[in-house]
Design a protein around this ligand. Structure first.
Ligand SMILES: Nc1ncnc2c1ncn2[C@@H]1O[C@H](COP(=O)(O)OP(=O)(O)O)[C@@H](O)[C@H]1O
Ligand SMILES: [Mg+2]
Length: 227
């Protein structure tokens, strides 16, 4: 299949199996293909156990040890992810593709203030010079907490609401300006009103950061849902 120029992610015929002790391997993904263009929001729908987390993990080669990609290809910005070495993967993870895990209370450090959690992500990836780290942290936080950036930045995770914790995870995910954010059920632990609010945050971010550069692909400014 010809790779579309506007795609930042191209997944072709992906197969993933899990090996269980003694038993035969069980297939979690059997031939998944899709592409994502710049500025596009792609939703993956499926019941529990249908392979959504497996798919998310495969894209960054972060599957459980007994999980194996047995067939297919993943290209990110033209780079062959399934054949990338560990240095190349390290460069991609968190910086060019970031992952938001399902459960915010597990993903956040319990004794670290919100601002510090974002600052550490920036520092770890060398995404800001030391003297600009503070300002950059404030900037990132203000994209998800435009109205009370300073106050929220001083709070610990347990002092935040579920929606605020999810916003903080989103802030961490976008801190280094990735081309792609993968969110694994980012609203699963939230009440319906907050779910809508968080989906709104993603939409706003797309408008702010994911402007479509390619006039030949007008669909890249829309949302697509794959069943
Ligand atoms: N580490 C694992 N070992 C064995 N089977 C697994 C493992 N992780 C997931 N699976 C199986 O793979 C299938 C897909 O799981 P998952 O990707 O977590 O689905 P979803 O995220 O859509 O709920 C399920 O049948 C699940 O039981
Ligand atoms: Mg899952």
């Amino acid at each position: 299949m010809a790779r579309r120029m506007a795609s930042i992610l191209e997944v072709q015929d992906l197969h993933v199996s899990y090996q269980s002790r003694g038993g035969a391997p069980s297939q979690a993904l059997a031939g998944v293909s899709f592409h994502v263009t710049r500025g596009e929001i792609l939703g993956v729908l499926g019941e529990s156990g249908s392979g959504k987390s497996t798919l998310a993990g495969s894209l960054l080669r972060l599957l459980h040890l007994n999980g194996k990609i047995t067939k297919g290809a993943v290209f990110f910005e033209g780079q062959d992810i399934l054949h990338a070495n560990s240095n190349e993967l390290q460069e991609i993870r968190g910086k060019r593709i970031s992952l938001i895990f399902q459960e915010p209370s597990v993903a956040l450090h319990p004794t670290m203030r919100a601002g510090e959690q974002v600052r550490q992500v920036l520092a770890a990836h060398g995404s800001a010079r030391k003297n600009t780290l503070r300002e950059k942290t404030r900037q990132v936080l203000s994209t998800v907490f435009p109205e009370e950036t300073e106050r929220i930045s001083q709070l610990y995770p347990h002092q935040l609401s579920g929606g605020q914790r999810q916003r903080l995870l989103i802030a961490q995910a976008i801190a280094c300006g990735p081309s792609l954010v993968i969110a694994d059920e980012p609203t699963a632990s939230l009440d319906p009103t907050t779910q809508m609010e968080i989906l709104g945050v993603f939409r706003t971010l797309r408008e702010k950061t994911g402007r479509c550069n390619d006039p030949h692909h007008p669909q890249s400014s829309g949302a697509r849902w794959t069943g």
